[in-house]
Structure formats: C-alpha cells, structure tokens
Design a binder for this molecule. Sequence first.
Ligand code: FE2
Length: 288
Amino acid sequence: MIINKTSSSCGAIITDINLEEGFSNQEMTTLLNSIYEHKCLVIKNQDFSHKGYKRFGSEWGTLIKHMLEYLRAPSFPELMVIGNTEKKDKDDAIRNGAAVWHSDGTYIEDSTTITMLHAKEVPVDGGETLIADLASAYEDLDTKLKKEIENLRALHFYGKAEFDKDEHVPAPIRTKKQKEANPICEKPLVMKHPYSGKKSLYGITHSPFKIIGKSEAETKEILKKLKDFATQDKYIYSHKYEVGDVLLFDNFTTMHRAKSNIDVVNKKRTNSRLLWRLSCKGKPRLLN
Ligand SMILES: [Fe+2]
C-alpha cells in the first residue's frame, strides 16, 4: 500500500492495494491512522461487490441506514446509490440534495463518523465532491473567536440551517416518520476528536439552527462567519472521480458537498454519475 498526501489542506491518495481480495489488521490500522491524520482518503482502483463493500465498510463502525428510506438501495438498505442513473434521480430534489455544505449525520444523536463513496460510473466533466478541512480552519481562527466558540453548543435538526445562494436545499423530509426519526439534538461547535484528540469545527452547516445562549441573529452571524472562513479555497480538496475510487472522509473533521448541480443522465451516459455510499457510527472494529 502506497500513501501520498494531496497538495490540498487535507486528503491522501492510496494506491497498490486490492480491498475486495481482503486486507490484514495491519493494513486496516494504517488506513485508520491515515484518515485521522489526513481527514479524507482516496483509495484508487477498487472494484467492490456489495458483499466486499459491506465487509470493508463494517471495519469503520456500525453501518447506518439513512433516515430518508427512499434513498436506500432496496436490496442493501445500508447502501445509498447516489448520482443520476436511478429512477429516483429523475427528481432534482434527490439528485442534487447533497449540493450543499454538510457533514453527514450532525443531526443524529449518535453522530455519523466515517462516510465512503465508491465510484462505479463517473461523468466526463464535473461531478466533483468538495471536502473542507474543518480542523485546519479551526486551528487558523483568531484567538478571540476561538475562545468565543470554545464551549458553545448548538441545536440541530435535519436541514434546518441557513443556506447560501449557491447551495441546493437538502433532500426533503416527506413523512411524519422521517420527521420523528431524529429529534432535535445538541452538539458542540468545537469537537475534540474521539480518537486523534485533534480539535475541529463541527456541525456548522445543514442542521444547526440555534446556538444555546445566543439569539437567532447571533446564531446566524456566528455560523455564517465560521462557514465563510472554513470554505475558503485553501481549506478545500476537490475530488474529481475516476471509476474505482473509494473516497472516505471523517465527518468529525471535514464537511463536504457535491460541487455543483448534476443533470439527469443523458442517452450516451457521458454524464452518468453513480456512487455507492456507506456511512458508519460508533467505533471502528479494531478500536473496540
Ligand atoms: Fe453527505
């Protein structure tokens, strides 16, 4: 296995390993250490089956079924098929529901830890995922702002934050059951990573709607300031997919979005985008 850091603030590219064929505890330990160090990883040239992907995904924690059940793959409910090739993707609200800054599962009491996206079909142009390095952004905040936010906590609910003009709204909640699946929860604005101990901004987009002890106007001001700061180009790794890539990111130290909106698939499939997504909660198997 070969690991090379990207030239961006976060991310490492991994080559020379075939995970479908199996992997050792030592290799898995290297991958765990790498993601906590680099915050996101791209493992090149993989060709996972459902079974192999589930086995690999389960190494990182307990696999989660998305609360919006219409996003789940019927035969493999922990899997979400993301892109523009499925019947559900004719709906713009679903197809582009991730073209908005977010970390996965900030609105869930038991926070989502790691997410992975395996590219099965990729567009000739575009289709990038952007990853923002929230740990480096936190480190670079001026001392006064750092102190101000150090012990703040926010209330979260799916899709309840303010959005920018260039963002798409998140995939919608459509039923009472979905609305009740994840009640309002409280999260820190500064997260100390449970494994690396590194401090990072956390949950500053998509779901926070009230900072405890602050007014609505103060909440908006603080969250906007942090989001504008963390989305400067210098903190962003833009990933242009190749078939076989597995992009993994640590939701405690990064946020992400689809770079821009994606059209429905064309007849020649030159713009097709098909990513298999798994996400986890809890401890990786080797840290249990
Ligand atoms: Fe996401």
